[in-house]
Design a protein around this ligand. Structure first.
Ligand SMILES: O=C(O)CCC(=O)C(=O)O
Length: 286
């Protein structure tokens, strides 16, 4: 019995046109429960890449956990990513957990696109955000500006607290290139203040529902205003054939996502690292 269902053609079409598609019942509830336990254990014993900004954000830890690894490297999940991207292959890129306990008063709406934070460029970069509990706009459901992935420019990256982010790339800083012309001068508007004007789409999720979204699509969530509903989400990110290594000068480029120091990194080169294993198709003989 598969634990991850296949994406449909209608969902793929919505992903392409809107930059986002809701995948109801993507993951079966048995696996959801095992993932909740695994995530709780990782919240109690966080790895290196953890941020507390009122809520918990934790990334690049799932491959070390048998349950999470099984999900992230499930060829059925990778195939969904590959088909949505239109890529013959999908490699795992990284995992990212977002936990908002009840009454987490995050008032800032950190509207953002993911791509400019990450050391990658290309069309074949996708996220599958999975809700581990029921989740509504009151409890920090992820919301989107459909169609915003068609915009070629980025809003300058801001952190979860709404302030601009800068980053130190260490020894790889010299590789970064000037891409100022790819950015708007100003930060993202407060889309939530006029949801109708901007076409803000707010989904509600049951445990096991997901959204697949383009990493150029503008998205955000408010705080968790529910007094008793926990909000736990887990994003799996994938890259496909046209993804290329990138480092943007003067912009926060998440150091957690770089290949290990002993691996080559060349801007413009295909994404190759032991940290980004092939998920789909499975190598023959595997
Ligand atoms: O879950 C959230 O609130 C943020 C998720 C997000 O920004 C992402 O998965 O890229």
């Amino acid at each position: 019995m598969p634990t991850v269902r296949s994406i449909t053609e209608d969902e793929i079409q919505s992903y392409r046109e809107q930059g986002v598609a809701k995948l109801s019942g993507l993951v079966d509830l048995g696996l959801v429960e095992r993932m909740r336990d695994a995530l709780d254990e990782n919240v109690a014993n966080p790895g290196r890449w953890v941020t507390d900004a009122g809520f918990r954000s934790q990334r690049c830890f799932g491959l070390d956990d048998p349950v999470l690894r099984g999900y992230l490297l499930d060829p059925a999940l990778g195939e969904n990513a590959a088909r949505a991207m239109g890529s013959p292959t999908a490699n795992f890129f990284f995992d990212h957990m977002f936990l908002f306990e009840p009454n987490t008063p995050v008032d800032e709406h950190y509207w953002h696109q993911d791509l400019p934070f990450w050391p990658v460029e290309g069309e074949h970069v996708v996220s599958i955000w999975l809700s581990l509990y029921d989740c509504t706009p009151e409890s920090a459901a992820l919301k989107f500006i459909p169609g915003s992935h068609h915009e070629r420019r980025f809003y300058p990256p801001v952190g979860f607290d709404g302030t601009p982010m800068v980053g130190d790339l260490g020894p790889r800083a010299a590789l970064a290139i000037d891409v100022r012309d790819q950015f708007f001068d100003d930060q993202a508007p407060a889309f939530h203040e006029d949801p109708e004007l901007y076409g803000v789409t707010e989904f509600s999720y049951k445990a096991g529902d997901a959204v697949i979204f383009n990493t150029r699509t503008v998205h955000s969530s408010g705080g968790n205003k529910s007094p008793d509903q926990r909000r736990l989400a887990y994003s799996a990110r994938f890259i496909g054939d046209d993804a290329r290594m990138m480092l943007r000068q003067g912009v926060f480029q998440d150091p957690a996502l770089l290949p290990d120091a002993d691996e080559p990194f060349e801007v413009g080169a295909p994404m190759r690292s032991r940290r980004w294993p092939r998920v789909y198709p499975i190598a023959s003989g595997a």
